[in-house]
Write a protein that binds this ligand. Structure first.
Ligand SMILES: [Zn+2]
Length: 291
């Protein structure tokens, strides 16, 4: 909050991260500009071709009517290790509507999911099963609010995790079994070729063999404590958020700076697209089709 105490300070930060070596016109690469201050956020007009560049184009904030200060505060609150923030808490803290708070958080999560999608597991990798929601139900059938997932970890020579992913199965199974097709799809999507991969997906295998299990338990507790549980529509985005913070920490990178950079280099996603995606997942889940 000290660093970003005014709208001007936030705009400055955006300017320097967008053009670290000074303004360059995105159309003609000219370096001189006029600053236009007639709108809420300044525009930068190229002195060569008169193209008007906006600070938020090409960031998750593009098209948003919310102030930069509120955005930066939200990003800061999401980056607090192991806690994050719910839409209800964010709404109270930065004084926006629930819908705005929810959408801001989903946009931030979307940036984290995109970042995860560009990082594969590699080297020594272990993948094991886990179950979110009602994990203590002992029958063989799955409960509608229970979601199987695969937890993949890159391990160092001491068998400690250095990168982790938690991905929902792409299809809701009727039984609590992970089918070979799911393992193959996980491997081809998330693991680099030529990695040394061990799968432990039998439910009854001792949990102590499943290296990512304690981390999954933490994610599980976080989802339940902070959000009182999450339905399947957006569950993947929350898992990606949890893993993003953890992976930044494992990599000894500062979470806030990493997340700001990510939010400034990710394309925005709209409310409509997010809602439709959630609906599609929910429907596919209901009828047992892949999504
Ligand atoms: Zn230009």
């Amino acid at each position: 909050m000290d660093q970003f105490q005014s709208e001007e300070a936030c705009a400055d930060h955006l300017f320097h991260s967008k053009w670290p070596n000074g303004f360059i016109c995105p159309k003609c690469s000219h370096r001189h500009f006029y600053r236009i201050n007639t709108r809420r956020l300044p525009l930068y007009e190229c002195a060569g071709c008169h193209y008007q560049a906006s600070l938020t184009v090409g960031t998750i904030m593009e098209g948003s009517g919310t102030t930069l200060q509120k955005w930066f505060t939200a990003i800061f609150l999401v980056s607090r290790p192991s806690t994050g923030i719910s839409a209800v808490q964010l709404k109270e803290t930065i004084k926006v509507t629930y819908k705005t708070a929810w959408l801001m958080l989903q946009k931030i999560r979307h940036a984290m999911s995109e970042s995860d999608a560009s990082n594969a597991l590699s080297g020594i990798v272990q993948v094991h099963d886990a179950c979110y929601g009602r994990p203590y139900n002992i029958t063989h059938q799955t409960h509608p609010e229970e979601h199987l997932l695969l937890v993949g970890t890159t391990l160092n020579d001491q068998k400690e995790p250095t990168y982790i992913k938690m991905k929902l199965l792409t299809q809701a199974p009727k039984e609590r079994r992970i089918y070979p097709a799911e393992k193959m799809s996980f491997a081809s999507r998330w693991i680099e070729e030529n990695s040394k991969v061990e799968f432990i997906t039998e439910r009854l295998k001792p949990r102590k063999l499943k290296i990512g299990y304690p981390i999954f338990k933490k994610a599980n507790a976080w989802l339940n404590d902070t959000f009182h549980g999450i339905g399947v529509r957006h569950l993947q985005a929350y898992l990606d958020e949890f893993c993003f913070r953890l992976n930044q920490t494992l990599d000894q990178k500062p979470i806030f700076q990493g997340l700001i950079q990510l939010c400034l280099s990710s394309q925005r996603i709209t409310y409509k697209v997010l809602k439709e995606k959630g609906k599609r997942v929910r429907y596919a889940h209901m009828i047992g089709m892949p999504w």
